[in-house]
Design a protein around this ligand. Structure first.
Ligand SMILES: O=C(O)CCC(=O)C(=O)O
Length: 354
C-alpha cells in the first residue's frame, strides 16, 4: 500500500496528510527553540520505544537542519587525537589491525590509520541486525521500482529526501545504476544504521577522532548490493571529494571475501594520492592494478573475509576497490557511510548530523 502526496517527495506534504504524533510536536518545539540535537535525542528515544515511520522521517529532516548548523559553526582548526597507543595486531587473513567494539577509542583509530590506513572492527553490528538490513536493501529496491510518480512508501523503506535549498542530490540515478540506494532515501534504514552505530559508541569515537562533531552526507552514505560479475576500480575517495577530514565506516551485511564480493585493499598508510590512470582504468580518478600493487609494497594487496556486522574504518587516502569475481556464488550487501569533519566538508554534499 502506498499513499499519495500533493508533491512528490516533499517533507512538508507528508505532514499535510498525517496527524503529527505528540513526540513530533515536542520535537518541533525544541526545533523552534534552536535545540536541534535535543530534538534528535527525543525522536530517537521515542522511535526506540515504538517504531513509527513519521518519527523516522522527522528525524531525517531535523538531522539535516542540524547538519547545516554544524557546517555554519564549524571549528577553525580541530585536531586529531594523539596516536600514542599500541596498534592492535594485524589479522592473519585480513592483514588489517583488528579489534572488537569494546576496544574502540579515537586514539586507537588514529594509530591504526597512521600505521595501516585502516582498522577492522569485528562484530560492530550483531549478525541478526546486519542480515535484516541486507534483506531491507532488497525490499527498498523493490519498493523503489514499484513506486509511481507522486507515490511514497508509508513504511519508509523508500522515501526520497528533499534537502533544504540550495542543496540538491543529483547523484540518485548513478547510485541506483551501481546497485545502491542512498541511506537518506530510506528513513527506516537510516534509523537502523545510525542507531547501531550509536550503540557501538561510534558517535563518541568519531567525534573524538575528528576533534569536532561529525556529519554524514546524503551523497556518500549508501546501502549497496554488489554483484559478483561487476568488477571494481581502484580509487582513493579524496581524489574526487576535495580537501576533507573523513572517516568511512564500511559495514559488511553479508559473509564476503570468499562467497561474495568483498573489498580489495592496500592496508598501508598512504600520505598522499597515488598516480591515477594506467592500464585498465576508464574513470578519471581510477588507479591501475600495477600502481595499487606497488603502493601495497611488501604487505601486498588483500581481499579480507568479512562476516555480517564486521566493519572496516578508513579515510579518504585509503586505496581500495570492490573485490569481486564472477565465480562467487552470492551478492554482497554493505553500507558505505562517510563521516566528515564540518571544518572541511565536501562541497555541494548534503549535510546530516549524527
Ligand atoms: O562497497 C564497495 O565495494 C566499495 C565501497 C567503497 O568504494 C567505499 O566505501 O569507498
Amino acid at each position: 500500500m502506498f499513499f499519495r502526496r500533493k508533491n512528490r517527495n516533499s517533507e512538508s506534504s507528508t505532514a499535510a496528510v498525517e496527524e503529527p504524533l505528540p513526540q513530533t510536536l515536542d520535537a518541533r518545539s525544541l526545533e523552534a527553540d534552536g535545540k536541534l540535537f535535543e530534538a534528535i535525542d527525543l525522536l530517537t528515544e521515542a522511535n526506540r520505544a515504538g517504531r513509527n515511520p513519521q518519527l523516522e522521517r522527522e528525524l531525517r529532516r531535523i538531522r539535516h537542519l542540524a547538519g547545516i548548523e554544524l557546517l555554519e559553526n564549524a571549528p577553525a582548526e580541530p585536531s586529531f587525537p594523539d596516536a600514542d597507543v599500541e596498534v592492535p595486531a594485524r589479522g592473519e587473513q585480513s592483514l588489517c589491525p583488528e579489534i572488537t567494539p569494546d576496544q574502540l577509542t579515537p586514539e586507537l583509530v588514529r594509530a591504526a590509520f597512521l600505521e595501516a590506513g585502516c582498522l577492522l572492527v569485528r562484530d560492530l553490528m550483531d549478525d541478526e541486525k546486519a542480515l535484516k538490513l541486507a534483506a531491507d536493501i532488497d525490499r527498498s529496491f523493490e519498493i523503489r521500482d514499484a513506486l509511481g510518480e507522486g507515490e511514497s512508501d508509508p513504511d519508509g523503506y523508500y522515501d526520497e529526501m528533499e534537502p533544504e535549498p540550495p542543496f540538491r542530490i543529483p547523484e540518485r540515478e548513478w547510485v541506483e545504476e551501481g546497485g545502491g540506494v542512498l541511506a537518506l532515501d530510506s528513513p527506516r534504514m537510516l534509523f537502523d544504521m545510525l542507531d547501531a552505530f550509536e550503540n557501538a559508541n561510534l558517535r563518541g569515537v568519531i567525534e573524538g577522532y575528528m576533534g569536532e562533531k561529525p556529519a554524514i552526507s546524503a551523497q556518500k552514505c549508501t546501502l549497496r548490493k554488489a554483484m559478483p560479475e561487476v568488477s571494481g576500480g581502484w580509487h582513493q575517495d579524496g581524489k574526487f571529494m576535495g580537501e576533507v577530514r573523513s572517516l568511512n565506516v564500511w559495514l559488511s551485511l553479508s559473509r564476503c571475501g570468499d562467497v561474495a564480493p568483498s573489498m580489495d585493499i592496500v592496508p598501508v598508510r598512504l600520505e598522499d594520492f597515488v598516480e591515477i590512470g594506467g592500464e585498465g582504468t576508464y574513470l578519471d580518478f581510477q588507479i591501475s592494478d600495477a600502481t595499487a600493487e606497488k603502493a601495497a609494497g611488501d604487505i601486498g594487496v588483500v581481499r579480507p573475509i568479512f562476516n555480517p556486522g564486521d566493519a572496516l574504518l578508513f579515510d579518504h587516502l585509503f586505496l581500495h576497490q570492490t573485490g569481486s569475481d564472477p565465480s562467487m556464488p552470492n551478492p554482497r550487501y554493505a553500507i558505505e557511510s562517510w563521516f566528515f569533519g564540518p571544518s572541511k566538508y565536501p562541497e555541494n554534499y548534503v549535510p546530516i548530523a549524527f
